[in-house]
Ligand binder design. Structure first.
Ligand code: FAD
Length: 469
């Protein structure tokens, strides 16, 4: 009997334990991607990017004589329907631990098993499954460094190879057409500008890893902090959708270490940050929705996402150049350098005293690498409300940070057009990508700071002290 392979964040053929388990069962395989209520609840860019990932996977499956069945609707109803249509007796998928996916999956599993279908769940989205990493007293880790120490020397088996063939059924169930889902529609005129910045699909992800290991990893420990350079792997876009496995990246990093490449261990540590985010999200799912430290509930955050300061932040018009450059990079490419994420986050939560959830939501709408666990950990870190967080009173100065990390103003020049006779094409592209309703033009005067570095710092620290008095 056929097996349904329900694809979510494992959009790859190589090192895919779920796919291998489906093949081991011996019958035909029906790869299915469902735009269900969880996927439909994603923000604009992640939902669109996920559709593009599904499309790339469809191409790879066709190269192996298979197909991808696209359906829109409730996951359980759709899986039941496909099982009925095809006579499938088993459904296999890769385990996810973010709260929305986990809740859905548990309900789907229970219901399918009640129907008498076999459900096979395989891990592989992270390196070390969250329930396998325990402190000496049997609890979970709240702090990164001991988490890293406890996993750094663990043996990870080699990645699984790509199956040569994927057995196809004689009759294929009907599939939607991706174009009919119009996932790019909410991007309006921005879609054509943003899309070339995506690197989509498994082959492209493998290419990225290869290029990084050949040219990037040696210098990574230093270059990773310079937003004007491409000093990082850029793999988060692919890892979040499983277009490449974390295990494949880990083994490439180990190999680079054996070759004496100096940034390799730092790269492994970053991959473990991703695991740590999933560890926290599994053990404390409230991290995605509430202050991890509840004493922050009493802090006088601005919670109004339509506040003019928040709008200026979203639109790259705060008058603080590092912040605006990073927010524009985000809008045009769907990506933001990690240093930028820390600076814009700190400015929003501290200088603008706005709730980290406003930032979390904006990132969830605009990031091509959006990941519920890493995004939540990142925002709670920035705000000071999370476990192992940067303390609130350590306020980044966005002006001196620019002097430090963008000394020659490469990054700023790339993204800020105002006041320049010959702006960088990327800086100009921002004005073509944004909605016309924002009413912005490259010929505008660059704004004065909505809140200056010094005033914002003072205000934030006063509020912090009052909270403690
Ligand atoms: P590299 O430097 O090449 O690192 C390799 C891989 O390690 C990355 O691809 C990523 O998977 C992982 N990684 C690196 N840094 C982190 C980190 N701090 N936390 C978790 N994983 C990490 N990352 C996301 O993948 N999705 C998000 O939604 C996300 N939101 C963030 C929000 C905030 C406020 C902050 C401060 C950080 C966020 N990050 C997020 C983490 C980090 O900024 C990105 O993972 C990184 O910029 C990706 O670039 P890269 O692939 O070139 O990373």
């Amino acid at each position: 009997a056929p097996t349904i392979w329900w694809i979510r964040r494992d959009m790859r053929l190589a090192d895919n334990p779920a796919l291998c388990a489906a093949i081991e069962r011996g019958g035909p395989i029906i790869p299915v991607f469902i735009m269900d209520e969880v996927h439909d609840s994603y923000g604009v860019v992640p939902r669109w990017r996920m559709g593009l990932g599904a499309d790339a996977l469809a191409g790879a499956l066709e190269d192996r004589g298979s197909r991808l069945v696209l359906r829109r609707g409730d996951a359980l109803t759709t899986l039941r329907q496909i099982a009925r249509e095809t006579g499938a007796r088993s459904v296999v998928w890769s385990v996810l631990v973010d709260p929305d996916a986990k809740n859905r999956d548990e309900k789907v599993r229970d219901a399918l098993e009640e129907d008498g279908l076999e459900v096979i769940r395989k891990t592989g989205h992270v390196l070390f499954d969250p329930w396998t990493v325990e402190t000496k007293t049997g609890g979970f880790y709240r702090v990164y460094t001991p988490f890293w120490r406890s996993v750094q020397n663990r043996e990870l088996s080699e990645p699984l190879s790509t199956p040569g063939t994927i057995p196809a059924p004689s009759d294929w169930p009907a599939s939607d057409d991706l174009a009919d889902w119009a996932l790019d529609a909410p991007m309006h005129r921005g879609a054509e500008i943003v899309r070339p910045h995506f690197t989509i699909g498994e082959r492209a992800a493998q290419g990225r890893l290869g290029a990084f290991m050949a040219h990037g990893v040696d210098d990574y420990a230093q270059a990773r902090d310079i937003p004007g350079k491409t000093g990082t792997s850029l793999l988060s876009e692919n890892l979040t959708l499983g277009e490449i496995s974390a295990r494949t990246c880990w083994h490439a990093g180990l190999e680079a270490m054996r070759q004496g490449k100096s940034g390799a261990e730092t790269f492994l540590k970053e991959l473990v940050w991703r695991d740590f985010a999933h560890h926290l999200s599994y053990h404390t799912p409230q991290i995605t929705t509430r202050n991890w430290r509840s004493e922050w509930d009493a802090f006088p955050w601005n919670e109004d996402a339509s506040h003019p300061h928040v709008r200026a932040w979203q639109q790259g018009r705060t008058g603080i150049r590092f912040v605006d450059a990073a927010m524009r990079e985000l809008y045009v490419t769907g990506n933001m350098h990690n240093r930028g994420r820390m600076i814009v986050g700190s400015y929003l939560c501290k200088h603008l005293m706005s709730h980290w959830k406003i930032g979390l939501d904006w990132f969830a709408d605009t990031l091509r690498d959006w990941d519920p666990a890493s995004n939540a950990m990142g925002w709670q870190w920035v705000a000071g409300s999370g476990p192992d967080a940067s303390p609130y009173f350590r306020v980044f100065n966005p002006v001196t940070q620019l002097d430090k990390f963008d000394r020659n103003r490469v990054y700023e020049g790339r993204w800020i057009a105002e006041g320049r006779s010959n702006p960088d094409p990327l800086a100009s592209a921002f004005f073509d990508a944004i909605p016309q309703s924002w009413g912005l033009s490259a010929n505008d005067t660059y704004p004065d700071p909505v809140v200056s570095a010094e005033d914002g710092r003072r205000r934030a620290l006063d509020a912090y002290q009052n909270r403690h008095s």
